[in-house]
Structures are given as structure tokens and as C-alpha cells.
Ligand binder design. Structure first.
Ligand SMILES: O=C[C@H](O)[C@@H](O)CC(=O)C(=O)O
Ligand SMILES: [Zn+2]
Length: 275
């Protein structure tokens, strides 16, 4: 388990490209036959990747820094299939998931296993601390409500789907959804926002291997950027905007943990205020 420490916004001004990437970008999460996890002290979120091969399930263990006997002893977890299809077994109950479907696993689950139904199946894992147990539940990409956002003039036509949230799958603090850009649209979350009460992570996917997303971070009046590949995660501390422009359309998982679950609790930043 890799550890990322929290950072102060002033530090961002001192970071060079490599330091910026070392603190906020998570690469190489998806390795065939392995589970990879990264613990950030920003709201104690754990992000991970599970890439089982068909016929060989992967079991989620606990990790030294958690000091628990099972991963979900004091945590809740969401697993979303970003590529392929498969199932997640939670204490013996199998939940079949197609591409872009998600299972929420409540605190207290002991035995969590990932099974691939086809080659190149990738599960994205997102976990936050939890001090109350909520039922394990599945949300399907094609069944959750869709919010249409953006316009062709600003190249940001996109569909926002909320999976784990106050009016969907209930959780202790975890909030998660998927945003998909229309062909020809490239901007997400523009105009951008911050939410001082939550940390947010973006996992970009469905981006062709030879394309990139230029992800914008930092305080609104002193932004920085990182060039991001397919299936990489960006950690956004609560003081940072989180927005990006692709060289091609893409999809991303946005997921948060923190003080509240109110999606609308955002401080919007006008495009003209950015620097
Ligand atoms: O806090 C919420 C998140 O940043 C995302 O839901 C924004 C997003 O998906 C978008 O505008 O494209
Ligand atoms: Zn946000």
C-alpha cells in the first residue's frame, strides 16, 4: 500500500512537474493478476485497482497501515468496472457487474473477491472511513438517473450519473458517480469549482491509449496542470479545482469523501476568474 501525505496549497507553487505528479497523480493501478492500493491522507481515501484474470479471483486483503484484520472493518468501498465485466463476491454473495456498473460494499464486510468474466477486466476501487454500516448494493450505469450538462459551443456536452449519493445508494460518507463526454466534447467541470468540505478523486477512462487529458489543479487563481493517461487517478485536495480537457472524449469516475455528501455544496468559479 503506497502512502500519499496531505499538502498545503502553498506547496503547489514550489512543485516541479515530477513532484506534482508524485503527490497528486496515481499511475499503474491496473496490473493483471494484482490488486494495487494507494492511501491518501486527504480525507483518508484509498484508491485502487483490481485486475483479476478469468478463473483466478483476487481477494481484497487488509494492509499494514489500516491496522485491521479486514479491509472493510472500519471502511466502506465502491468497486466500479471500468473495462470488461465480472463480479464481486461479498461474504459469499455474488454481484454480477457489466462495464460501468458499480457495487457499494458497506463497512463490516469481511470477504471481498473480484472475478473477471473476460480478459482485461478492471475494477476501480474507492474507499473512505466509515463508522456505520450501510447495505451492500449494486448501481447500474444504464439504470441510474442522468443529468445532462454542457453545450457544443463550449465543447463540454456530458452526462453525469450519480451512483452512491444521498438519493441513491446510501453510504456513511462515500459519494461516487460517472461522467461521460459526448463525442467531440473534451472539457469536464468547466466552469470549475472547489468544495472545502470534501476531497475528490477523478479516474479517467475510455480514453484511447494515444490520447491525453490535461488536468487542471490548484487554487482557482494559481492553477497548475498535469498530463494524464487512460486509467490514471488524480487526487484533488479540498482547496483544489478539478477540471480537465482531453485531446479526445473520455469518461471518468468522480468520487469524494469528507464532511458532507451534498453534491451542490460547491463554490463555483467563473472562467474569467481563473489564473
Ligand atoms: O463534485 C462533483 C464533481 O466534481 C463532478 O461531478 C463534476 C463533473 O462530473 C462534471 O462537471 O463533469
Ligand atoms: Zn467536485
Amino acid at each position: 500500500m503506497q502512502i500519499r501525505h496531505s499538502t498545503h496549497p502553498d506547496q503547489l507553487q514550489e512543485f516541479d512537474t515530477d513532484q506534482l505528479r508524485a503527490h497528486y497523480l496515481v499511475e499503474d493501478l491496473f496490473v493483471a493478476g494484482e490488486i494495487k492500493v494507494v492511501y491518501t491522507h486527504e480525507d483518508r481515501i484509498v484508491v485502487g485497482g483490481a485486475a483479476p484474470v478469468p478463473g483466478q479471483a483476487l481477494t481484497l486483503g487488509s494492509y499494514g497501515p489500516l491496522r485491521t484484520s479486514s479491509f472493510c472493518e472500519r471502511r466502506e468501498l465502491a468497486a466500479l468496472v471500468i473495462r470488461g465485466s465480472g463480479s464481486v463476491s461479498v461474504d459469499g454473495t455474488e454481484h454480477k457487474l457489466g462495464t460501468r456498473d458499480c457495487v457499494y460494499v458497506g463497512q463490516g464486510a469481511v470477504d471481498v473477491q473480484f472475478h473477471a468474466a473476460e480478459d482485461d477486466t478492471h475494477f476501480y476501487l474507492f474507499s473512505t472511513p466509515s463508522h456505520a454500516s450501510f447495505p451492500t448494493a449494486v448501481a447500474r450505469f444504464d439504470e441510474v438517473d442522468v443529468l445532462n450538462m454542457g453545450s457544443p459551443d463550449t465543447a463540454n456536452v456530458r452526462e453525469i450519473r450519480k451512483f452512491v449519493h444521498a438519493d441513491g445508494i446510501r453510504s456513511s460518507q462515500l459519494v461516487l458517480g460517472v461522467t461521460r463526454l459526448a463525442a467531440g466534447s473534451v472539457w469536464n467541470t468547466m466552469p470549475p469549482h472547489t468544495h472545502d468540505r470534501r476531497t475528490e478523486c477523478y479516474l479517467y477512462f475510455d480514453l484511447p491509449a494515444d490520447q491525453r487529458v490535461i488536468h487542471l489543479c490548484g487554487e482557482p487563481q494559481r492553477t497548475r496542470n498535469m498530463v494524464v493517461r487512460n486509467e490514471e487517478v488524480v487526487i484533488s485536495p479540498s482547496w483544489s479545482i478539478h477540471s480537465g480537457v482531453g485531446t479526445h472524449a473520455y469518461t471518468f469516475v468522480w468520487a469524494m469523501g469528507g464532511e458532507n455528501q451534498a453534491y451542490d455544496d460547491m463554490d463555483q468559479v467563473a472562467v474569467t476568474e481563473l489564473r
